[in-house]
Structure formats: structure tokens, C-alpha cells
Design a protein around this ligand. Structure first.
Ligand code: 5GP
Ligand code: MN
Length: 343
């Protein structure tokens, strides 16, 4: 297996990175708003690796990570801007290097984090797998064909010649990122290389059973009932548009004791219905409606709809966005624009 043949991890870029690292003391790892399995997994894997290499590293995310990931080693070390502004502000300001993981443009970190990163004089290194990488970074490792940023973190460590430094704690974080972003190895982004990386992780002692159970077979009662309620009462199928729409208001979320991450994956439930090719999930957040978009098929991208009408974007078949207004208005807007994207 040759893991060093990827153009993104070319010798030139790796040499540039190693030179930069030799002048570095303080490293900050950032990721996108609303952290998920891949952003948290890749952040912690890189954090553990660079800490092992002797650097002073902090993970600074824009907002808190979802509790369903709290079993990951180092989870309790993650700082976030929302809850610890002064500390995060100072760390970003003092950093020599800022890693930008799992996002393709600084605005994905939210307005406040974006302006802190802009203000900091740190060298910005991006490692990401989203389409359309922006040119705001000093060094970019972008591979839009990678199923996850976590897989790229593994490739990155291997390209640096440090494969033997990957331990079980890092391995679980990488496994978690790959597993969540690849839909448990079922999305088309899953490649032979993905399975090769996973095989390496199993060889060093990562337990696939542990990671799957922690993420998918662990529910609070509220989470489970919320999902049941949403599927039973809040799922609408537009047969002529081959589209499923599901929504949850703030009061419904509160009724089921909502915790961050509890609605993760609900959008895929809609997409699993026979005949459905697009699925949209909407939930009421603080001041705006958060939207998740999923679609099936190469000829049926949904990121165009997310970016054109809902201030978002993402991958061709998995995107996100937002809407300012009521949830009813958001649903009406979805229904109004859907015919434009009929395949
Ligand atoms: P999710 O539905 O899981 O929140 O997001 C699905 C995908 O869309 C993820 O890859 C995520 O990075 C991307 N995404 C989510 N929200 C946004 C957004 O507001 N803007 C852009 N450009 N991408 C987003
Ligand atoms: Mn990702």
C-alpha cells in the first residue's frame, strides 16, 4: 500500500510544512461551526499527534461539540468560542500555526471565529475534503475525493513518516471521523483506500465495535423518542418531487430534552423511503432555521439548492444551509424552489 502517492501530500508541500513546523511553538486547531464526528475526530487525532510530537496544541472550535462524541480521548480538552471567548480569542491571537480542518472557507467557522482568525498573524494550514476550496489559506491540503477529513489526517501523518505514532486514541478519533462522514462506509466516497486505512487502524488495536456502539447504539430516552415523534408526526413526502421534508420546532426539541447531536442522521431517514431522492431536514435554532440537505445520485446534486437559496453548500449529495424566518416560511420556500431542481 502506497499512502504517499497523493498529490495533495506531495513532497514539496510536506517539506514546506515541516519547515514551518520547525519554527513553531503554538498550534491551534480549528474546525467548522456545529461540530460533527469528522470535525471532532480529525481535530482530536491531529491534536494527539502534534502533542506527541512535543508541540503546544489547543483545539478551539466555534461552538460546543455534541455529547455523543464525549467518549473520544481528549474530548474534554476541546475549547469553544461560545463558552470561553476570552481564552479562545487569546489562543488564536498568539498562535504560530492555525489548522483549519474540515472546512473550505473561513466563513464556515461563523462570523466571530472568522474575524479572530483574520486578525491573527498565524500561518493557516487547511486540511479538508469539501468542494471549492477558497484561497484564504497559506498551505492547503484539499482532496475533494476523500470521504472525510479524518482519512486525510491519517494520510497526512503517514506522509510525514510518522505512521508508527498513530495509537489507539488517535485511531479511534480517525475511525470515528471516517465512519460518520462515509455513512458507515456506505456512501460512494468510500474507496479501497478508506478500507485500507481502516484495516491499518484495526491492526493497531482500534475496536470497530466500540466506535460503532458509542456513536450509533447509544441513545438517551429523549433522543430516541424525539426521533420516533419526528418520523411519526413531522415527516412529509412530496411524491411528485420525490422529496421528503422533516422539521422540528424549538418547543418540540425542548419537549424531548434535546441535546446537540440528537437530530443527526434524521435527514437520512427521509432519504431511505422508497422513491425518495431528496431529503430536507429543518430545525429551529437560535435566530434562524438550520437545514440539512441530502440527495441520491450523481445526476441529482443538492448543494446547488443549498447555496442558491439557503446560504449554504457542502458536498453534491450532502449539504447544509440556513433560513431566516419561521419554520413554516422555510418549508414554503423549499416547496417553491424544489421544481427548479427536479432531475
Ligand atoms: P449537515 O447536514 O450534516 O449539517 O451538513 C452536511 C454537509 O454540508 C457537511 O459536509 C457540512 O460541512 C456541509 N454544510 C453544512 N452547513 C453548511 C453551510 O452553511 N455552508 C456550507 N458551505 N456547507 C455546509
Ligand atoms: Mn467532513
Amino acid at each position: 500500500m502506497n499512502l504517499n502517492d497523493k498529490i495533495e501530500f506531495s513532497d514539496n508541500k510536506i517539506l514546506l510544512f515541516e519547515k514551518k513546523l520547525s519554527e513553531t511553538k503554538k498550534v491551534v486547531i480549528t474546525s467548522h461551526k456545529s461540530p460533527d464526528g469528522d470535525s471532532v475526530g480529525s481535530s482530536l487525532a491531529l491534536y494527539l499527534y502534534l502533542t506527541k510530537k512535543g508541540f503546544k496544541v489547543t483545539v478551539c472550535h466555534p461552538d460546543p461539540a455534541p455529547p455523543f462524541l464525549n467518549w473520544l480521548f481528549g474530548f474534554d480538552k476541546i475549547l469553544n468560542l461560545e463558552e470561553d471567548f476570552i481564552h479562545v480569542d487569546q489562543l488564536i491571537n498568539d498562535a504560530d500555526i492555525i489548522f483549519c480542518l474540515d472546512y473550505n472557507a473561513l466563513n464556515r467557522t461563523g462570523n466571530e471565529m472568522e474575524s479572530l482568525i483574520h486578525r491573527s498573524g498565524a500561518y493557516r494550514i487547511m486540511i479538508d475534503h469539501h468542494l471549492y476550496p477558497s484561497d484564504e489559506f497559506d498551505l492547503s491540503f484539499s482532496d475533494i475525493n476523500s470521504c472525510s477529513t479524518a482519512q486525510l489526517i491519517f494520510d497526512f501523518i503517514v506522509a510525514l513518516g510518522d505512521r508508527e505514532l498513530v495509537d489507539v486514541n488517535m485511531g479511534e478519533a480517525i475511525y470515528c471521523g471516517i465512519m460518520t462522514d462515509s455513512g458507515s462506509f456506505r456512501f460512494p466516497s468510500t474507496t479501497p483506500h478508506t478500507h485500507e486505512v481502516i484495516a491499518e487502524l484495526l491492526r493497531i488495536g482500534v475496536s470497530n465495535a466500540k466506535v460503532h456502539e458509542a456513536v450509533f447504539d447509544t441513545n438517551t430516552l429523549g433522543r430516541l423518542k424525539l426521533r420516533g415523534y419526528a418520523i411519526d408526526n413531522k415527516l412529509e413526502v412530496l411524491e411528485d418531487q420525490h422529496t421528503a421534508i422533516m422539521s422540528l420546532t424549538k418547543s418540540e426539541l425542548i419537549r424531548y430534552n434535546y441535546q446537540k447531536g440528537d437530530t443527526e442522521g434524521l435527514v437520512n431517514v427521509g432519504l431511505s423511503i422508497l422513491g425518495v431522492e431528496k431529503s430536507i431536514f429543518l430545525s429551529e435554532g437560535d435566530g434562524y432555521i438550520k437545514m440539512s440537505f441530502r440527495s441520491k445520485g450523481e445526476d441529482n446534486p443538492i448543494n446547488e439548492m443549498a447555496s442558491k437559496y439557503f446560504h449554504g453548500g457542502g458536498h453534491a449529495n450532502a449539504s447544509g444551509g440556513k433560513f431566516e424566518g419561521t419554520i413554516e416560511e422555510a418549508i414554503a420556500e423549499v416547496k417553491r424552489v424544489l421544481p427548479e431542481f427536479k432531475k
